[in-house]
Design a binder for this molecule. Structure first.
Ligand code: ADP
Length: 192
């Protein structure tokens, strides 16, 4: 099993690159953002609670997302590996993920960290807001709040994995295919 974390600030291209990576490496895509939006669409209790945080650009409480990931891992016992997208977003989530993977006798193979400058992130997010229908994308204040949350809580996740020498920084600007090639080259160096 080879498990990847695709890491980076909001708007860094995690969703786009995830689609290509899961196809090439036959991984199960676990995006907490997508899982939460599907809970909102189904109007579950969890979704209604999560929506309050998401619409403000704040992180949803750790126990909520950890619970979702734990069930997703349980529900995919035969996967060749997982691609985590938008998770973990706090150190507590990273520690919980390590524990969950340990139970499955596996671990994170690599953390691919997409590098994109702030100006470009804001541009991409507002642009996506024109068509995505995501309420957290078309409001400049919410976009800024998400980037602040990233610096305050999520960037520490990279430091956590740096301790285990698992982080590789990859340029997130350029064409979709160029970025994909860089990601694949890094995976090739680490994947058994
Ligand atoms: P983006 O990476 O563009 O911000 P996501 O779809 O990954 O988009 O996340 C959208 C929102 O969902 C976040 O702003 C946050 O409120 C919530 N969310 C997603 N993943 C997590 C997580 N792992 N922990 C806490 N909140 C999360």
């Amino acid at each position: 099993m080879f498990n990847i974390i695709l890491f980076g600030p909001p708007g860094s291209g995690k969703g786009t690159q995830s689609e290509k990576l899961i196809f090439k490496y036959e991984l199960k895509h676990l995006s907490t953002g997508d899982l939460l939006r599907s809970e909102i669409a189904s109007q579950t209790e969890l979704g209604l609670e999560a929506k309050k945080f998401m619409n403000k650009g704040e992180l949803v409480p750790d126990e909520v997302v950890i619970g979702m990931i734990s069930s997703a891992l349980e529900n995919n016992p035969h996967s060749k590996g997982f691609l985590f997208d938008g998770f973990p977003r706090t150190e507590a989530q990273a520690a919980a993920l390590d524990q969950l993977l340990k139970f499955k006798q596996t671990e994170i193979g690599v953390v691919l960290a997409l590098q994109v400058c702030e100006e470009e992130l804001i541009k991409r997010l507002l642009n996506r807001g024109l068509t995505s229908g995501r309420p957290d994308d078309n409001n400049g204040e919410v976009v800024k709040a998400r980037i602040i949350e990233y610096h305050k809580k999520t960037s520490a996740v990279a430091d956590y994995y740096r301790r285990f020498d698992k982080v590789v920084e990859v340029p997130g600007e350029g064409t979709v295919d160029e970025i994909f090639e860089s990601l694949c080259a890094e995976i090739a160096k680490r994947k058994p």
